[in-house]
Design a protein around this ligand. Structure first.
Ligand code: NAD
Length: 477
């Protein structure tokens, strides 16, 4: 069985106490790789390496152009190792291989985009009428802790690591304990690409009172970027506030998907299926609440059920598979709890339910009252609640009736309505007639229980740097 160590100071190392853990393939339900199990001391060692690399090493001082070329080299290596990286996410969490390959391509693009973006947006100038000239510098913040979840392992790790590195920071990445391998491979590729020792460290292990907690509490850390559950975000936010460390929190969601009667129906059905069943619904952005205008409700539902039932369920390693198992036994238990409670809560399962092993089939629920747990809580599985609405105002009110505010989708051919509803929805991202499409210059993040802060393009620049104003007198007086 392959073994993956921590990547610390340019070396692949065991934990200080030699501890290891297994990572389990959710399709076979068997361990498939061994990984170093780090604790606080290992995380502290990684932070110390990142601190040295930042305070004394070449990375923050080499300039944008050199960093850009090293980061592009890393992206090229990721593309060359796409099978290994995608294979790791598929084995670690059951993500269908075609989707895992898509994630690898996006992850390499994260590096390429931020390497270029940092270089072309490295400063701003503000000529002043008073005979002074002001400009901004965006100097790296220092050591960044990047703590990632298990649902898009490589993609979300690189979404944090890429801007942090491009802006000259050094990083300690902690992948989720269930999906450690692609992060380990990334750390190895960074060494091969020529990133100096200590610039990208990868430490493996658990969160509470362990490696993750150390990465938030260690006073040598200057920025914390976290993606995960809202409850964990609250804990990390508190720790960060206690020592005034800037923190970016990308948390859970309960996305609303609004289908108006004038929508292009084929397109709306296609995206409604993608929005909740891609990655077996283990997507923060999932369209887990689907509201359909009453005139087309029955027709839409028939087509939606048929499309859900047509998804190819199977071995995630098979390129024909569209839908795999849930990522772990623990997560399967959580989603099963919601399904078991549907009828008691007044809902009805139209299709889906529990499958073999850790599979939950694409599940569509109707008639659930708005107060039911399945309508209010993030299930993080392939489970959608569907309800009819009458007016545009009703649709907006139903969509906004949530503590989350990450994203929403709407389907309509009416241009004015599209803009009006997009403006009224409480969400960090609104997709109109599509889903999941990203421009990395745009802000990404959520409001309410979905998080604090935005990343993407210049929003990442603000977070990963210490912007500084320099004001010069230029008239010589
Ligand atoms: P999680 O909060 O359980 O864990 C996320 C990471 O935090 C893991 O690496 C874990 O080890 C670490 N961690 C846990 N407790 C910690 C602590 N006290 N201190 C430091 N680190 C700690 O989340 P998860 O189950 O891995 O991920 C699923 C959640 O992530 C869902 O709620 C989903 O919506 C959310 N998510 C959000 C986005 C987004 O962009 N908003 C994207 C993907 C996933």
């Amino acid at each position: 069985m392959d073994f993956h160590g921590h990547i610390i100071d340019g070396q692949e190392v065991e934990s200080l106490d030699g501890a290891r853990m297994h990572t389990v393939d959710p399709f076979t339900r068997e361990p498939w790789a061994q990984v170093a199990l780090g604790g606080r001391a290992d995380a502290a060692r990684a932070v110390a390496a990142a601190r040295r690399a930042f305070d004394e090493g070449p990375w923050p001082r080499m300039g944008y152009e050199k960093r850009q070329s090293l980061i592009h080299r890393l992206a090229a290596l990721m593309e060359q190792h796409a099978d290994e990286l995608a294979g790791a996410d598929t084995r670690d969490m059951g993500k269908p291989t075609t989707q895992a390959h898509h994630d690898v391509a996006r992850s390499a693009w994260n590096f390429r985009f931020f390497a270029d973006h940092a270089r072309i947006s490295a400063a701003e100038a503000y000529p002043m009428d008073s005979g002074h000239h002001a400009y901004s510098r965006f100097d790296p913040a220092g050591v960044v802790s990047a703590i990632a979840p298990w649902n898009f392992p490589l993609m979300l790790e690189t979404w944090k690591v890429a801007p942090a590195l491009a802006w000259g920071n050094t990083v300690v990445l902690k992948p989720a304990e269930d999906t450690p391998v692609s992060g380990a491979v990334l750390g190895r590729l960074a060494i091969e690409a020529g990133l100096p020792p200590g610039v990208l460290n990868v430490v493996q292990g658990y969160g509470p009172d362990s490696a993750g907690a150390e990465l938030t509490e260690n006073l040598d850390v200057d920025r914390i970027t976290f993606t995960g559950e809202s409850g964990t975000g609250r804990i990390i936010g508190k720790v960060a506030a206690g020592r005034l460390c800037p923190v970016s929190l990308e948390l859970g969601g309960k996305g609303a998907n609004l289908v108006f009667a004038d929508a292009a129906m084929d397109n709306a059905v296609h995206w409604a299926v993608q929005a909740i069943f891609r990655n077996a619904g283990q997507v923060c952005l999932a369209g887990s609440r689907l509201f359909v205008q009453r005139e087309v409700y029955d027709e839409f539902l028939d087509r939606f059920v048929a499309a859900a039932e047509a998804l190819r369920i199977g071995d995630p390693k098979d390129p024909a598979t569209e839908f795999g198992p849930l990522a772990s036994e623990e997560h399967f238990g959580k989603v099963k709890g919601y399904i078991d409670g549907v009828e008691a809560d007044g809902g009805k399962i139209l299709t889906g339910g529990l499958g073999e092993g850790w599979f939950v089939k694409p599940t569509i629920i109707v008639d659930a009252p708005a107060a039911a747990r399945v309508c209010r809580e993030e299930i993080f599985g392939p489970v959608v609640v569907v309800a009819p609405f009458d007016s545009e105002a009703d649709a907006v009110a139903m969509a906004n009736d949530t503590r989350y505010g990450l994203n929403a989708m709407l389907f309509t051919e009416n241009l004015s309505r599209a803009h009006r509803v997009a403006a009224a929805l409480k969400a960090g991202t609104v997709w109109v007639n599509c889903f999941f499409i990203r421009d990395l210059r745009a802000p990404f993040g959520g409001m309410g229980d979905s998080g604090v802060g935005r990343e993407g393009g210049s929003f990442s620049r603000e977070f990963f740097t210490e912007p500084k104003a320099v004001v010069m007198q230029v008239d010589g007086a």
